[in-house]
Design a protein around this ligand. Structure first.
Ligand SMILES: [Zn+2]
Length: 211
């Protein structure tokens, strides 16, 4: 089988690469051969992360591991509830425009405590309240849906953050419009380790193994 050419600037290629890594993770076949001294040396003075990930801070998610990525592959922003405040958006702009990441993955997860807190009518102590308030619009939008409120709100929160990033002027929206960047939503299953993309359909040409 011919191995496909490495195309870090092609968002759909990068997405398939990440999914391939996640499949290896789920099957216990991770390569993890890129976190050694050679890789540290290779990345010590420059970085070219092909993807940026905005994920919840939850301790049960290890981003490089679940995508079977090497040192320097992923630019990572983590904050409880994977919300996109201005500091997060600025960080992602830096990854996309300056470091060349062609994909931003916004990843929520099963049984998210931050989203769970936002689903409760009571307030939250200290600065946790500011997190909860940013998730509440997703909870409100999910309130009439059938099924589990927290799980629905996790997915809705991801969708809202994805839309916010896609429409973020002046940098991210412009890159999306030019086809240089894709922002995709994802959902992580704690027990299986599987990452499911939300509302993403791969172009036919990208569906072959890009790993
Ligand atoms: Zn969480």
């Amino acid at each position: 089988m011919n191995k496909r050419k490495w195309e870090p600037g092609n968002p759909d290629f990068v997405i398939q690469h990440l999914l391939g890594g996640n499949q290896r993770y789920c099957e216990g076949k991770v390569r993890r051969n890129g976190n050694d001294q050679d890789r540290r040396t290779a990345t010590a003075y420059e970085q070219h992360p092909f993807a940026a990930v905005l994920s919840c801070s939850d301790s049960r998610i290890m981003l490089s591991e679940i995508f079977d990525c090497r040192l320097g592959d992923l630019f990572v922003c983590r904050v409880a509830g994977n919300i996109a405040d201005t500091a997060v958006i600025g960080s992602l702009e830096y990854a996309a425009e300056h470091l060349g990441s062609s994909v931003i993955v916004v990843m929520g997860h099963e049984r998210c405590g931050a989203v769970g807190a936002a689903c409760k009518s009571a307030g939250a102590p200290g600065h946790i309240l500011s997190l909860v308030e940013q998730i509440r619009p997703a909870v409100k939008a999910s309130s009439n849906q059938p099924g589990d409120l927290v799980e629905n709100a996790v997915r809705e929160n991801v969708r809202q953050v994805v839309n916010r990033l896609r429409e973020s002027e002046p940098i991210l929206a412009h890159m999306v419009k030019e086809g240089k960047l894709k922002v995709v939503g994802a959902y992580y299953y704690l027990e299986s380790g599987r990452v499911e993309l939300l509302d993403y359909e791969a172009p036919a040409a990208q569906k072959q193994d890009a790993a």
